[in-house]
Design a binder for this molecule. Sequence first.
Ligand SMILES: C[S@@+](CC[C@H](N)C(=O)[O-])C[C@H]1O[C@@H](n2cnc3c(N)ncnc32)[C@H](O)[C@@H]1O
Length: 221
Amino acid sequence: MDPGFWHERWREGRIGFHQPSVTPQLERHWDALGLPAGSTVFVPLCGKSLDMRWLAARGHRVLGVELSAIAVREFFGEQGLEPTLRETAYGVHHEAGPFEIIVGDAFRLDREALAACAGVFDRAALVALPPDMRLRYAGSTWAALPQGCRGLVLTLEYPQAEKAGPPFAVGADEMQALFGDDWAPVLLERSDILATEPRFIEAGVGALAAATWRLERQPTR
Ligand SMILES: C[S@@+](CC[C@H](N)C(=O)[O-])C[C@H]1O[C@@H](n2cnc3c(N)ncnc32)[C@H](O)[C@@H]1O
């Protein structure tokens, strides 16, 4: 999944991953994380997700990163906000109200870029990446988040041989392998969603589950 793949999807408006409403698992599980209002939440590979608006309405500041300038322009336009632009080594920062979205590559973010983040929300980010990039994503982007940072990761589980990603399948074993030592992932819920996903049924996928994980950055040993 090189950047060109995603740029083309946004240019052509092929953004079936974008949801017209807030992710239900976010609404169900966010408050239990106990993050105070005013704290900053990192939303990697954010697209123009309405989850960012929901997080802001809970009193959070939101730091997103997204490759596509089209997505970020559309996000601010749909929120009726005119962002100010600022360029750094990470990309072009778009800022308005509680939102700061960097048009840039998530893999270029370092500890300094993410130092303010107390929370993190990943929907359709980890599962948007093929296996080798998932390793880099956990080992580089997530590794740059500060100690005590906590959040949710939403995954999909299905037999990968039955359908090509994205979205990719990421099972419990892989969650442990990617995040186990540093983030102590805890499964909060898993539900069968095959009946609501016609594209998976058409592809002949026999089983599909959505899983929600709680992660918290552990102190370094
Ligand atoms: C499947 S979409 C999910 C978007 C959003 N999380 C949502 O729930 O609607 C994945 C997004 O990640 C962006 N993306 C892919 N690779 C990226 C990278 N390396 N850095 C920043 N954004 C990236 C794509 O442009 C796309 O908008």
